[in-house]
Each structure stands twice: as C-alpha cells, then as structure tokens.
Design a protein around this ligand. Structure first.
Ligand code: HEM
Length: 457
C-alpha cells in the first residue's frame, strides 16, 4: 500500500506524532543533548538535510543501528526530527494534546490554518465524526462499498473477451479508492463525478505544493503570501460548486421534516450536518475536503505484489472463493478472509511505517499475520487494522486513524474482487518496481503498468 505524497501530513514518520515531539522540544528546550545522525553543526546539518530528502530510510536505519532504543535526531530542511524508540510509544499515548499535538505538527507541515481554514484545527470535529460514525455504521454502508468497488473496476478496466489489457496501475487504483471513499463521504452520484474525483486527488497535491512555498517564507509573511497562492483556493471553490446544491437540499429537508426523513443519506456529509457545529456550504465543504485529504491512499503496492508473486494467488483465491461462496459479498465474509487481510497488512508493514521486531523483517511474507491468527495468537493483534507497539501503519494512541476500518474494508474488497474476477501480471520484461522514497513518504512507482484480463478458470 503506498502512502500518498501528502499522507505524510498525518503519517509522516516512524510514528506520526514524532514531528510534534520535535516541534515541542524545539520550542521548549534545546535539542543539543539528543545525539544526531549526520552532521550537527549549522552548515553540516544543511548538508545532511539535503541527503535526508532522498535517503531518509538509510539515514534512519543508520541511526537505529547506532542508537537502538535511545532517541536520536536527524536534520531536515526546516526542522529537526526526533526519532524515538518503541518504549516511548506509551508516553505518546498518555500525553495530552497540549503536550504533543498531531494537529500542530500537521499545521507546521501543511499550513492547514492558512490554506484551508483555522476552524479545521481549532475545532476538529470532523475527526470525531469520522471516529464515531465510520466504524459504527460500517454494516450499513458496506453494501455501498462493495457496489462501488465492483462498478468502478468494471467501468475503468472495461475488459473485452479474454484479452490482456495494460492499465496505469497507480492512476486506476487511486480513482477506485477515491470513488469508493466518496461513496461513503458524499454518496451517489457525486462520488462518480469525474471532476469531483479529479479535484479531490488534486487537492492533496495543491495543499502540499502551496505549503512547501509557504514554508520558505518567514512566519510573519505567511498569512499574506497564503492569500495570493491560487491552487488550494481554486480547489475549494471548485468543490463548493459541487456541494452547494446538495447541502442546500439537505438543509431544506431538515427544515421541512426535522432531523429524520425517509430517505435520509447515511454518509459523512450528513453526519457532519447532523453534528450541527457548522451549517454554511463553505464550512461543510472544507470539512469534506479535509477528510478526503486525510483519506487519499491507494492499494497499488498490494497490486504490484499480486502481479509479482504469482505463487500466492492460488492460496488467496482458495480462501476468497470459499468465503464468498458461503457468505456472499458481506462484511462478515471480509472478516473471514485472513489471508487477504494478512497480504495487505504485510504490504503495509513493508511499505509503510514499521519496526524491525519481526522474524526476517525485510522479507515479503504475505501470510505471516494469518498464520499467527490460525495459530491462535491474539487474533485481533494480527489484523491489518491493529494498532500496537509492533505494528502502527495507522498511527498509535488516541489519534490513531479513525478511517482505518473503512480503508481496510475498501482494500480487502478490492483485492478480493481482483482475485475473483481477473488475472493480473506485469507487462513483459517488467518486474516488481521498487517504491519511491522521498523524505518519509513511500510511494508506489506511478510509471508502471499492470495487465488485467478476465479470470480464466
Ligand atoms: C491505508 C489508508 C490510511 C492510512 C495508512 C492512514 C494513516 C493514518 C495515520 C498514520 C494517522 C495519524 C495517526 C496518529 O497520529 O496516531 C491518520 C490520521 C487520520 N486519518 Fe488516516 N489513514 C488511512 C485512511 C484514512 C481514511 C480512509 C480516512 C477517512 C476518514 C482517514 C482519516 C484520518 C483522520 C481524520 C485522521 C486524523 C485523526 C485525529 O486527528 O484524531 N484515514 N491516518
């Protein structure tokens, strides 16, 4: 699974809260007592910071080899990052938002206050709405996820007969994920509108670009420069055009019928309206954009692994075919797909944020987690949505990703659908592309194409 270029805003480092640690330490005390990797002199740290952009993984590995569980720091272009060991994860979990702040860290990197709006951080009720409703309603909206994944694959791949067709993997996967998430965020028909999908994919890139520009200016100038940067602002206006008639219609129905009406939508937009914290189109649009922004992810690396390791297709299909035959495409069926879950968890472990506590930590061992579950070892601990000291692609502590059950259900449905309906392989002479590392982001190679054909049984 790749973490999108902007996912670092939430998921950047060994644990996403680490930049916040750095930020706080920077403000409240000197970091000199923490050993650094690379040069620590003023000029030297800039040289190390440039190296770090392209070699973050090697530099962190070097630091880990040298300091193990002891904190160490690495210079990046505009701040020091402090890397902590697993034993400090409990301190993070116990800390209050005043002591360590994910929001402040996100704001530092993405300039959310200036580019999207101060209210996003001063009242992050969209996170609570996602945390409460996304998980509670999953049984209700799962049929929509399934329908969107199936429809999107059929429409976007548009396969004829039994002929192989080559498609741009990252693009297709991103679109399917965006459509599916938006089925749960704003519902039909908007979730299929090409302009809506495009603007939401673009929004993440625009915020990252504008934030990078703002990060080059002194703090005092940021509020003024942010007003003249066109990209993020244009995305917001584009989104408002789509949502304005929908929001007005829903508010009218609420005025006419009260809080409940017969075909009341069950989506994030409606849960945000029901929270009654904000009511204008602009305010609600900013929340929907922010949730989209946080949720942009794709499953391309899992697809690459499927195309590369054909020996695992048989055991995966054996599981998926048997479970679907007995339970149909249901949430309950997904819960029984241990191997599919494990394949995705292992992809996420290797391509995302992980710790070297596993046997053969560098090997892709897709059934590592399902085997542990079969062996009866604390089943919940080895699922892809797990959050524990050994496994935290979705973060750790009270800010752990509230969208992880949605993400897991989407990704499992996608992988299971591919296994059921298609054969996949790389184009001739192409092998599994290495992921692209930039700073702490891990991205699937966007230039690679994958071949699909209808499954030959
Ligand atoms: C594979 C996909 C995803 C990954 C890897 C991921 C990862 C993360 C991580 C690492 C964090 C920071 C957690 C922490 O600080 O402990 C986070 C936070 C967050 N994620 Fe996700 N996420 C994914 C999908 C989603 C989806 C589908 C949503 C949709 C609602 C979402 C919404 C959020 C929000 C709102 C936060 C902020 C939570 C808070 O401030 O309390 N994410 N995510």
């Amino acid at each position: 699974m790749d973490i999108s270029p902007t996912k670092h805003i939430f998921a950047a480092t060994i644990c996403a809260t680490v930049p916040a640690v750095a930020l706080k330490l920077w403000k409240s005390s000197n970091l000199d007592h923490i050993p650094s990797v690379g040069y620590s002199s003023w000029l030297g740290s800039y040289i190390s910071a440039f190296k770090y952009v392209g070699n973050a993984v090697q530099i962190l590995q070097e630091g880990y080899a040298k300091y193990k569980e002891t904190p160490f720091k690495v210079p990046t272009l505009n701040r020091w990052i402090v890397i902590i060991g697993r034993r400090h994860l409990e301190d993070i979990k116990k800390s209050t938002d005043d002591e360590l702040s994910l929001i402040e860290a996100a704001n530092e990197v993405a300039k959310v206050d200036h580019l999207i709006g101060r209210e996003i951080n001063s009242n992050p009720y969209h996170s609570s709405v996602a945390r409460i409703h996304l998980t509670r309603n999953i049984g209700l909206y799962y049929p929509d996820i399934k329908d969107e994944v199936h429809t999107a694959f059929e429409e976007l791949l548009d396969l004829k007969d039994n002929v192989w067709k080559s498609v741009p993997a990252v693009e297709i996967m991103r679109e399917i994920v965006c459509r599916t998430s938006n089925r749960v965020f704003v519902g039909l028909p908007l979730c299929r509108d090409p302009d809506w999908i495009d603007l939401n994919s673009q929004f993440a890139v625009d915020v990252a670009t504008d934030a990078n520009i703002l990060n080059m200016f002194p703090k005092l100038l940021v509020p003024f420069v942010s007003k003249i940067l066109p990209n993020t602002a244009a995305g917001i206006e584009r989104a408002i055009k789509h949502l304005d008639p929908i929001i007005k219609d829903r508010l009218r129905r609420m005025r006419d019928h009260g809080d409940e009406w017969s075909d009341k939508p069950n989506d994030i937009l409606q849960w945000l309206i029901d929270a009654k914290q904000e009511s204008t189109t602009r305010q609600l649009t900013l929340r929907v954009l922010t949730i989209n922004f946080a949720s942009i992810h794709s499953t391309t690396n899992a697809l690459y692994n499927l195309a590369a390791y054909s020996q695992y297709v048989g055991p995966l299909r054996e599981e998926v075919d048997a479970v679907i035959r007995e339970h149909g495409w249901t949430k309950e069926a997904l819960a029984l797909m241990y191997r599919v879950d494990s394949f995705l968890a292992e992809t996420q472990r290797l391509e995302g944020l992980s710790v070297p506590v596993y046997e053969n930590p560098d090997a892709f061992d897709p059934f590592r987690f399902s085997q542990l579950r079969v062996d009866g070892n604390e089943s919940g601990r080895h699922q892809m949505v797990a959050v524990n000291q050994d496994y935290f692609p979705f973060g750790y502590g009270k800010h752990a990703c509230p969208g992880r059950f949605l993400a897991a259900n989407e990704l499992k449905t996608m992988l299971a659908y591919i296994l059921t309906m298609y054969d996949v392989k790389f184009e001739d002479s192409v092998s599994r592309p290495a992921s692209i590392h930039w700073d702490l982001n891990v991205m699937a190679d966007p230039t690679v194409r994958v071949m699909f054909r209808k499954r030959v049984i």
